[in-house]
Ligand binder design. Structure first.
Ligand SMILES: [Zn+2]
Length: 817
């Protein structure tokens, strides 16, 4: 995901507010004062920040500057009763709240309950209500952890729930739809470029009927607990409840918020299924693999025996795979295990090291691992380029387990895939970034074994931690970059510019090739740098950046991770790839960079647009969530209106992207898949995410069969010709043959005039028809050497020129071959 918000938290020091508030803030923090200081004059809506010169594309100038705001005071809740419009909720009796006091620590740390699903959208919009809202775009349905606002405030997609300014007793409510054990609350402030709003303290109440409420109280005094909340807009702050409460509804009641602002928050609720009875197991499907349990998965979500409540959404998967988040060591171990289980079809290798020295491991899966077989296409999946976008990593680890298992079981689809293709899976292109994000989420690792699964035995033991992982405490951007702070998706050589300049001069393809553009000389230097203009251009779409677009961009280094991937791309004749990201639900295809310089977004198709749109549509059309016509948008754009696919540059320009580089420097066609709204889903959501993506991951790889393939050979020797060029009439982008003379040209159905040419050979053109039948369609070539080439070879071999050839050469003298 493009990170609409480049860590706003990173900018928080500019406003003099502490970043990195303790993530578990139950620890002895003083309660806010309860004196009723009046609300000071609210700050003008967007006064402190300079508005952008233009919202989107633009060839016009854009100056984006830091916003400097004075440190603000905390405003206390107004006690004076104000008239406010009746919220659209059921009438409720007044709640008696006892005076607030210092928060108790939970006596025994509660097990880490998973998130209820505000961030992941498992909680639907109509489960969220509030006392009031400033506007629709700031309604309770926007009060979801990590939700991202659009470029400007005031549209339908603002970055928080915000109560009306006059609302003296604001509240934000979540209906869990059935009795639930609430154990904690995570809050963030408002995501906005133009405003700062966050809640600094709140109370929590519970209800079973949304009429009678009781508060979360400190055990020692019995008084209402006041939870310290946020001190910047982005850092998620967790409060565990002094005592978990079983209820259907939970309410957050902001008590204090930033002076000059309003009561705005984004939240996630931590909740476990209630104890006792069958229903315990619902929602824990993701956990049973931590336990050596013999229960089939479906038993974990039995129907409610009394049929009182709507059934919780099924979260399980029938595949017995390792549904956990894996840090570097665990990932390495898992890959080794898969390799041991399936030694005949797997090979683990490393393509290089990260800045911190972690290896970039690849799992290769094929019937002849370690070997390029003539005619067998090479495909790859790359995940974790942005270290905090963790779902792709886990999906690839699940995919390798799945392929191994199904191959051993003799599944025909998997067997064919592994026999006919050579698959390379790189789960973590940016392991340093991942470790940063993982450390944050792993800090709360603690929890129960499997008491709710009769017959199950915890592998971790009672006192060992049960990972409590999710993006809940990572925020939106932590871990995105590599250790040097480089965004790897802006770090590849920009080959678009030289190509487009040559095209403008009419040099392509006769003088300058339309494929395999070389690395620019500067890029190959050991201390090469690339411009960060790309990063800036992208960031201006949605974040504060201190760089004027007029100023010359500061260079950043070429990261070791980038170099490793480029070497890998050059070593293996990849045909098809997808680059797995997270934080949105959409498939984007090249070009990622706009053709008009400085345009923030602009439709920029490749000559292979039809193929790329097909590839993207295949993934989007087989992903279960993207297929859902009723799904709500993740953040601020509704991609479902366009089939969940988009041209990358038409979304936001990304110079130096891996997709563009792959297309222009190699034969490989690559798209970006944004897998889910939540970048780092909780572990218990992994089975569902696997089910959402399993078919799409397989079907996408099978698209390598689409189009034509063949071998270009020397007519006399029958030897394959390496680096022969395959050109298709009407598509200004050629591909080349691998060292054995084999090639693959992805094409959608149709009739094509295909030309094969190679140095020293007469070119050959033939018609090849691609049908809707599964391919690839064989389209082989036999090339005849030119006389000049024969002569060269003979002379090189020290032989005398035969008389007939000499006569032919004499006739040809003066002509060019
Ligand atoms: Zn990303």
């Amino acid at each position: 995901m493009w990170g609409l918000l480049l860590a706003l938290a990173a900018f928080a020091p500019a406003v003099g507010v502490g970043v990195g508030a303790p993530s578990t803030s139950v620890l002895g923090l003083a309660p806010p004062a309860t004196t009723g200081a009046p609300i000071s004059t609210p700050a003008p809506r967007s006064s402190p920040a300079q508005p952008p010169a233009e919202k989107n594309n633009g060839t016009s100038e854009q100056h984006v500057q830091f916003r400097i705001i004075k440190k603000k005071k905390i405003v206390m809740k107004k006690r004076k009763k104000l008239i406010r419009p009746r919220p659209l909720v059921t009438d409720r009796p007044p709640v008696t709240t006892s005076p607030a006091e210092t928060l108790d620590l939970p006596e025994k740390q509660e097990p880490g309950c998973p998130p209820l699903g505000l961030e992941s959208l498992r909680v639907t919009d109509n489960q969220l209500e509030a006392s009031s809202s400033q506007s629709f775009g700031l309604g309770p349905h926007r009060g979801r952890l990590n939700i991202q606002s659009g470029l400007e405030d005031g549209d339908l997609y603002d970055g928080a729930w915000c109560a009306e300014e006059q609302d003296a007793e604001p509240w934000f409510q979540v209906d869990a739809t059935h009795p639930t054990r609430f154990s904690g609350v995570i809050t963030q402030g408002r995501n906005s470029i133009w405003r700062y709003d966050w809640v600094t303290s709140y109370k929590v109440q519970f209800s079973n009927d949304s009429r009678t409420w009781w508060g979360s109280r400190n055990r020692s005094s019995g008084m209402d607990a006041v939870f310290p909340a946020n001190s910047d807009p982005e850092t998620p702050v967790l409060n565990l409840l002094p005592e978990p409460q079983v209820a259907r509804f939970i309410r957050l009641l902001p008590q204090t918020w930033l002076e000059g602002g309003t009561s705005c928050l984004r939240a996630e609720i931590l909740a476990c299924p209630v104890s006792g009875g069958q229903s315990d197991k619902a929602g824990w499907a993701g956990y049973n693999l931590h336990c050596e349990c013999t229960l089939p998965h479906e038993l974990n979500s039995p129907p409610d025996p009394n049929d009182l409540f709507p059934e919780a959404p099924a979260l399980g998967s029938l595949d017995p795979l390792d549904f956990r988040h894996h840090n570097y060591k665990a990932m390495r171990k898992l890959m080794k295990q898969v390799n041991e289980q399936c030694p005949n079809i797997t090979r683990v290798y490393s393509i290089g090291k990260s800045h911190q020295g972690l290896k970039l491991y690849v799992m290769e899966m094929s019937d002849q691992p370690g070997e390029h077989e003539l005619g067998e296409p090479e495909v790859r999946y790359v995940a974790g380029m942005h270290g905090n976008e963790a779902l792709g990593r886990e999906l690839l680890l699940l995919l390798m387990q799945f392929l191994c298992r199904e191959f051993l079981r003799g599944d025909p689809r998997v067997t064919r895939l592994l026999t006919e293709t050579r698959i390379h899976l790189l789960p973590s292109m940016n392991p340093d970034g991942y470790e940063t994000a993982f450390r944050r989420v792993g800090r709360l690792a603690q929890g129960p074994p499997c008491p709710f699964l009769p017959g199950a035995r915890s592998l971790l033991g009672l006192n060992k931690p049960l990972p409590w992982q999710g993006s809940e405490l990572v925020g939106w951007a932590e871990g995105r970059w590599n250790k040097q702070g480089i965004d790897l998706n802006h770090n590849f050589a920009d080959l678009n510019t030289p190509l487009w300049e040559a095209e403008d001069d009419g040099l392509v393809p006769d003088t300058v090739p339309n494929h395999h553009l070389p690395l620019p000389a500067y890029y190959t230097l050991p201390n090469a740098t690339v411009s960060i203009l790309g990063a800036v251009a992208e960031a201006t779409v949605g974040a504060l950046v201190s760089v004027s677009r007029h100023s010359s961009p500061a260079p950043v280094q070429v990261a070791p991770e980038t170099r490793a991937v480029i070497d890998w791309m050059e070593r293996i004749p990849f045909v098809l790839s997808a680059n797995l990201h997270g934080g949105e639900l959409v498939v984007s295809y090249p070009f990622d960079m706009t053709r008009t310089p400085w345009a923030a977004r602009e439709l920029t198709p490749t000559p292979d647009d039809t193929v790329f749109r097909w590839l993207s549509t295949v993934y989007a059309g087989t992903n279960r969530v993207m297929q859902d016509p009723d799904r709500r948008p993740c953040h601020n754009q509704d991609f479902s209106l366009h089939g969940n696919v988009i041209n990358g540059a038409d979304w936001h320009t990304v110079p130096g992207s891996m997709n563009d580089f792959s297309y222009l420097h190699t034969n490989c066609f690559e798209v970006t898949v944004e897998l889910s709204c939540d970048k780092f889903p909780h572990e218990n959501e992994l089975p569902q995410e696997w089910e959402n993506n399993k078919d799409a991951l397989l079907t996408y790889l099978e698209q390598v069969r689409m189009g034509i393939a063949g071998v270009v050979r020397d007519k006399d020797t029958e030897l394959g010709i390496a680096d022969a060029v395959i050109a298709v009439d009407g598509i200004n982008h050629d591909v080349t043959t691998a060292w054995g003379g084999d090639y693959w040209r992805l094409l959608t159905p149709g009739d094509y005039m295909v030309t094969a040419s190679a140095e020293g050979y007469h070119t050959v053109t033939r018609n090849c028809r691609v049908t809707f039948e599964e391919g690839p369609v064989p389209c082989n070539f036999r090339l005849t050497k030119t006389p000049k080439q024969r002569l060269r070879e003979l002379l090189a071999a020290g032989a005398k020129v035969p008389p007939d050839l000499r006569r032919r050469l004499e006739r040809l003298r003066g002509q060019k071959d």
